[in-house]
Design a protein around this ligand. Sequence first.
Ligand code: AMP
Length: 281
Amino acid sequence: MIVVRTVAELRAALSPRRDGTIGLVPTMGALHEGHATLLRAARAADDTVVMSIFVNPTQFNEQADLAAYPRTEAADLDLAEAEGVDVVFAPDAAEVYPRAFATTVTVSGPIAETLEGAERGRGHFDGVATVVTKLLLASLPDHAYFGAKDAQQVAVIRRFVADLGIPVKVVVCPTSRDADGLARSSRNTRLSPHERSQALAIPRALDAVRDAAAGGLSGTGALQARAVAELEAAGIHPEYVAFVDPETFAPVAAVEGPVLVAIAARVGTTRLIDNTVIGGA
Ligand code: AMP
């Protein structure tokens, strides 16, 4: 495994490997088992696996959140090596955003402007779209791997990849969960033991919605009430419990096809998100 810090070094490392396929797994580091599932999917499908580590400042709306974001590069490199990563691209901010940088990739409409886009500010998905575009152009992979846990991020990435005609296949891996059901996240380490048990109401709320929908309840207002009741019982006041079209993020009133159920909530000071798809294909 080699570690490179510049785009020039990355291109030089990949150029002799372009006779086979290249898979890119973008991350912000602080790697956990959820990231490992993406690395394994890439390792199984691609001849060369590239993982990027970059805590992208432009997608953070709160400076405190950016400052508090865990940085664990030595452990991340160990995990990457153990998962068979070939090339780690770990640039600094000046490499990604050189002096006079002035270009932004903006996805418009409900995909980028509602839910996470509304809560975290317009700039969040601009930051994500711009940095992922740069990572794709720097590595020109055949496949790029993302987690279903960040469903809105996936929708935004699919949108600009299609709109800009970027020649990459976006591969979405299922949300990896701890044994108790909590979606794995770098932020989970910030939860106290009490907060962690409170946080379990989030996957419980998604289960309650799935069960109610499977039992024939189709109005999303009633389904939302089930989820909110589950959360409130644990003392969690959600930022949103949303029922939207998984591709456009337009709100859905009744479950008549696939519906993305997305939850965001603060537990203590830690902001968590989770989601599931109901309504089948
Ligand atoms: P991050 O380092 O948080 O930016 O995440 C890097 C990638 O890993 C993103 O595509 C995430 O969606 C994905 N990811 C993070 N947590 C999980 C998880 N629990 N299950 C599946 N994918 C995940």
